[in-house]
Design a protein around this ligand. Structure first.
Ligand code: CTP
Ligand SMILES: C[C@](O)(CO)[C@H](O)COP(=O)(O)O
Length: 247
């Protein structure tokens, strides 16, 4: 690690403390095995291979902290991954992750623990956009016709050329993110993603192109896609990739 990296360190916060109700398994979906490896391990490997990420805070259910610490060690990343307990909402878990960041961290990559298929290019693209503007997300433009409906009846057709389906990674300057989460706590803002809170500060959030395969594994059908993709996608995420030279 070079001295300049000490000045501009980037950490990833990985919310993985959900219970996976929509998946309907008897264990949290982030620990479900795909090709013999927990989904969360696939995701951590992607992040560990990014040269610009200096460390990871994994936020997990309280009773899984020890298990995930051991999992990180088994990936050869025990020293790079800090494991903390999450909260009731995703937002609470991210907040717990932010509290565990070291003082040296200035940029934060937030990535769902159950999005194991994000490519390195997607992380770079989102990170680069954030470094320009302070905040960036990735998203896919809606391809189907978009309608609003209520009680089984169409209410309106929404012009889809401005409808973006948002994913993670989402990348932020740490101070912006902390201010957003501080105000969210003070004013009881609820949000399904992190950028929504930063937007409420009046900060402009850049959008870069997401990836169709970067799904959030949510329901049992998603496991089929993920299983196929993880078997067939390029093996470019060596767990010890962190040892590569950083930019
Ligand atoms: N209290 C929570 C809820 C969610 N998450 C994490 O946020 C990501 C996206 O959430 P989601 O897919 O909704 O996961 P779950 O909350 O587990 O799913 P469900 O809503 O079906 O229970 C997941 O990695 C999940 O573990 C979290 O860290 N803490
Ligand atoms: C952050 C997110 O993955 C962006 O699409 C999504 O909003 C998480 O939502 P969930 O309700 O926690 O699944």
């Amino acid at each position: 690690m070079t001295p300049s990296n000490h000045l501009e360190q980037t950490f990833a916060v990985v919310p993985a403390a959900g219970s996976g109700v929509r998946m309907g398994l008897n264990h949290p979906k982030q620990f479900h095995l795909l090709h013999g490896k927990p989904i969360l391990a696939w995701t951590l490997e992607r992040l560990l291979a990014l040269p610009f990420v200096h460390g990871i805070v994994a936020v997990v259910p309280e009773n899984a902290v020890g298990f995930v610490a051991a999992l990180a060690s088994s990936l050869g990343a025990g020293a790079s991954v800090t494991v903390v307990a999450g909260g009731a909402r995703r937002q609470d878990s991210v907040r717990a992750g932010l509290r565990a960041l070291p003082d040296t961290c200035q940029w934060v990559v937030i990535h769902d623990g159950v999005r194991p298929m994000a490519s390195p290019e997607l992380f770079y693209r989102t990170y680069e956009a954030a470094r320009q503007s302070g905040a960036a997300i990735c998203a896919c433009l809606a391809q189907d016709t978009v309608k609003m409906a209520d009680s089984g009846w169409v209410q309106a057709t929404v012009p889809r050329d401005r409808v973006w389906l948002v994913q993670t990674p989402q990348v932020f300057r740490r101070d912006l993110l902390e201010r957003a989460f501080h105000l969210a706590q003070a004013f009881e803002w609820n949000a399904t993603d992190d950028a929504s809170l930063v937007e409420r500060l009046g900060v402009r959030v850049a959008v870069v192109e997401g990836e169709k395969f970067n799904i959030k594994i949510t329901t049992p059908e998603d496991l089929l896609w993920a299983s196929w993709y993880l078997e067939h996608s390029p093996k470019d995420t060596a767990p010890l990739g962190r040892q590569k030279e950083r930019p």
